[in-house]
Design a binder for this molecule. Structure first.
Ligand code: SF4
Length: 472
């Protein structure tokens, strides 16, 4: 790439409106690994600055002030649809104050609806769609020779007719994210774990893509794009974990959309983690379809201390409607066998559930409530079905409702009703499901026995968990 003059500043901004970051959710504490990779890519040639509104809870005024003080030549903005109106307001303000700055948007909203950002008067120059790490370099190069910009397929701007979501073919080509940018004091998960030391979280994306077709899936709830799965090599992943260990991180959160999507690869990675004697604990997301008892045993053996399992519902009708599985008839039996294997291996399972799903009835919810009592997961998290832009459900349930931009899947404010319950009943249902597990005396006793030492070593977590459960 052609040399660009030194001492130029790039500001990376994970933008979030005040109030949205105030709604506590573990999601707000995961670092933006794509921005971390971009910082690694540009840091030798530019001063890279990073502001994360999600964890800093800045007001719009404060973000504007800090941006003006940094005075970047390039502003890289990432945000979700819920924040897009505020991002536009911010961009226009920055355009007024720093006339020559180039503003490029990326992330879930920009990738899905670029046309809502690049138009006359928006203040935004470019949108990079999809996995934007490498294309950012091409964009920087093209700033001095704009004819090259038309060759960047993922780039949208006024006057360019077509753009497409980029997928990075070989994620091993990328450097590790600049993990030092994400200190454990600001970036951490709040799941109780059987780890009895003070946790210092490190985050790793070991694969990209997910082949499943859940209708609610959107870039907002994922960390990569596309249905084609692209794995990093095992050596590359192990190298990143070693690097995180050298930074003092003692627990790894794999941020893959579906860590267990390949049985062979999961077994190989677990074996290598064990043989490398990394000595770190780890957690990961898994779907039900591919997970087997053999994989769970290997995961446990290599340090896995929690599986976050995307169960969603115990109703076959709802599962079929959600497009959750390729085998609806077997799904519930399979999920039960996973819970049994988890108990046998003493490998806790955190069940991710969903309510307010299309066509859902009280009977469907009763089935899920029954599952909680019968399977007794280590913990549950109940989300509201939300047809975000970019999901298959968006056209059917969200497109005409501008309100879908204004909310999160964990906040019932302005909820878009998709099942047969009204907003109050939906909120009540969520509370009831939580109470059915968390207020049961046997759960409390078992939980305290299991996690008492964890809470002693990590005293901030218990109050945060209570706050999360109190979110509407
Ligand atoms: S399993 Fe997860 S990442 Fe994959 S399509 Fe479903 S919601 Fe999306």
């Amino acid at each position: 790439m052609r040399e660009v003059p030194e001492n130029k500043r790039i500001l990376f901004l994970r933008f979030s409106i005040p109030g949205s970051a105030g709604v506590f959710h573990p999601y707000n504490r995961c670092p933006p690994l794509d921005i971390g990779v971009m910082i690694s890519l540009v840091k030798r040639r530019f001063q890279a600055h990073f502001i994360d509104c999600r964890v800093k809870k800045y007001t719009e005024k404060r973000v504007v002030k800090e941006t003006v003080e940094i005075d970047p030549f390039l502003l890289v903005l990432s945000f979700a649809s819920v924040d897009y109106q505020a991002a536009l307001r911010y961009s226009r303000e920055i355009r007024k104050r720093l006339g020559r700055v180039k503003i490029v948007c990326m992330g879930p909203h920009a990738s899905t609806l670029p046309g809502t950002l690049v138009y006359e008067g928006s203040g935004i120059d470019y949108v990079l769609r999809g996995e934007a790490e490498l294309d950012l370099l091409k964009l920087i190069e093209g700033l001095d020779s704009p004819e090259k910009l038309r060759d960047i397929d993922s780039l949208a701007f006024q006057g360019k007719e077509r753009s497409e979501v980029n997928l990075i073919e070989n994620p091993d080509e990328l450097p590790f994210p600049e993990h030092e940018t994400f200190p454990p004091s600001l970036y951490y998960s709040i799941y109780p774990l059987q780890v009895y030391s003070r946790l210092r979280w490190g985050y790793v994306l070991s694969s990209r893509g997910c082949p499943h077709g859940c209708i609610f899936c959107s870039p907002y709830i994922r960390n990569s794009y596309g249905s084609r799965v692209r794995f990093r090599s095992i050596d590359n992943v192990i190298g990143e974990i070693r690097h995180l260990k050298s930074l003092g991180r003692n627990i790894i959160s794999f941020e893959d959309d579906n860590f267990t999507v390949s049985e062979r690869r999961t077994l190989d990675l677990c074996r290598e983690m064990k043989e490398s004697r990394l000595g770190v604990s780890w957690v990961a997301h898994s779907g039900v379809d591919e997970l087997t008892a053999e994989m769970m045993a290997a995961m446990k053996d290599s340090g896995c201390v929690l599986i976050k399992l995307g169960v969603e519902s115990w109703s076959e009708k709802v599962l079929a409607e959600l497009g959750k599985t390729r085998n609806t008839g077997e799904y519930i039996k399979k999920t039960e066998s996973i819970f049994r294997a988890g108990k046998k291996l003493d490998l806790p399972i955190h069940a991710l559930l969903m309510i307010n799903t299309p066509g859902e009835t009280p009977d469907d919810i009763a089935a899920t409530a029954g599952m909680i009592i019968k399977s007794n997961p280590a913990s549950i998290q109940v989300h509201y079905f939300t047809p975000y832009p970019g999901s298959r459900a968006y056209d059917a349930y969200g497109k005409e409702a501008g309100a879908v931009y204004d909310r999160h899947h964990y906040d019932s404010k302005g909820i878009r009703i998709c099942g047969s319950l009204n907003a109050r009943q939906i909120r009540e249902t969520r509370k009831r499901l939580y109470r059915s597990l968390y207020l049961s005396p046997s759960f409390i006793l078992k939980h305290l026995r299991r996690y008492f030492l964890f809470y002693l070593r990590n005293p901030g977590i218990f109050p945060e968990l209570l706050r999360m459960l109190a979110v509407r």
